[in-house]
Design a protein around this ligand. Structure first.
Ligand code: BTN
Length: 329
């Protein structure tokens, strides 16, 4: 009985939240698509709410980052392509969860995956106070960047999960090249560099059996407008390298488009060829370090289908690196 009451309360809350999202979505679309100011009266009639409620809704949108001009003729929305709120991505409003602040989008995504949220559920956070990268390294997540995680329920063995890193890396390179006109490249295994500076990173965390994960979370961080800590040598924000404006929501939309088209042919062997073409590691002398220890040194010559970096050492011996940090010598 008690469980049923709690369950009903929860369902009620979820419905209320969905309703609120739909109302905001409609309001934003209304303001966006209008050629001139939209009068408060018109909004009252459209949404069957009072003048005060209209005003409150407008104030809450302003709080979320929108610029809305109020004149005697009504409300005018000033376009802002940097906002990452769910209703900025029509058709995905129920699939995108936006947070002003979180510990890490990876943590939220994992919780939602355990609750059974569908594949593709995406968590975006404006800032993270425990953002992390590979080997639990801190991912500096100040406002202005793009930080998000996506849930997947793959039907492949863990060995091939690298294909998703590959898909995300290619998509990031394509997006950076198109949205910022910068010569992005992939540093094995998951770093995206521009002029030798890290501008984005890809992270995958799995859950379930080691060889057949029940789900995995793909996490992506892109330094766009955020201040990059000077303590992180070799990192940069796209805006500091580009000679043009970069808009976060356009960037995200472009990334999704690139990523979905690659996912549609994830098993196509030509993707690995493309990944290698975009790699700035192949052909370089590299050190592979694991927990500060140098474990391999040689020339990077290839990448295998499961993502190992193939290295030839000074004696001509072939090695496979499948974890660790890669340092270009
Ligand atoms: C790396 O370079 O090692 C990967 C960095 C991945 C950072 C992103 S930001 C969004 C998501 N949340 C996190 O805590 N990490 C990933």
């Amino acid at each position: 009985m008690v469980n049923k009451i709690i369950y009903n309360k929860k369902t009620e809350l979820i419905h209320k939240k969905t309703e609120l999202i739909h109302k905001k979505t409609e309001l934003i679309h209304m303001l966006k698509n209008s050629k001139g100011p939209v009068s408060g009266e018109h909004l009252c009639q459209l949404f069957h709410i009072s003048r005060v409620a209209v005003w409150k809704n407008i104030q809450s949108l302003i709080k979320m980052g929108y610029t809305i001009k109020a004149t005697h003729a009504g409300y005018t929305l000033i376009e802002n392509k940097n906002l990452l709120l769910p209703w900025e991505f029509p058709g995905q409003e129920d699939n995108i969860f936006h947070y002003r602040e979180s510990s890490s989008t990876m943590d939220i995504a994992r919780k939602l995956a355990f609750k059974g949220y569908p594949e593709g559920t995406t968590i975006i956070s404006e800032t993270q106070n425990r953002g992390h990268g590979r080997n639990r390294r801190i991912w500096d997540s100040k406002s202005g960047g793009l930080y998000f995680s996506v849930i997947f329920y793959p039907e492949i063995s863990a060995a091939y999960i690298f294909l998703y890193v590959l898909a995300a890396s290619i998509s990031l390179v394509r997006t950076i090249r198109a949205a910022a006109s910068l010569p992005a490249a992939i540093k094995w295994p998951n770093d995206i560099l521009v002029d030798n500076k890290k501008v984005a990173g890809v992270l995958i965390e799995t859950s379930g059996e080691a060889s057949y994960p029940t789900f995995f979370i793909l996490g992506i961080g892109v330094n766009i407008h955020n201040k990059v800590r000077t303590a992180i040598p070799g990192a940069a924000a796209l805006i500091d390298l580009a000679h043009q404006p970069i808009f976060r929501s356009s960037f995200f939309i472009m990334f999704q488009k690139n990523f979905n088209s690659i996912l549609a042919e994830i098993y196509n062997p030509s993707l690995l060829t493309l990944y290698k073409k975009l790699s700035c590691t192949i052909g370089k002398n590299v050190h592979i370090k694991y927990q500060q220890r140098k474990i391999l040194h040689g020339k990077a010559v290839d990448i295998s289908r499961t993502g190992d970096l193939i290295i030839i050492d000074k004696n001509g011996k072939k090695h496979h690196a499948f974890f660790g940090d890669c340092i270009h010598a």
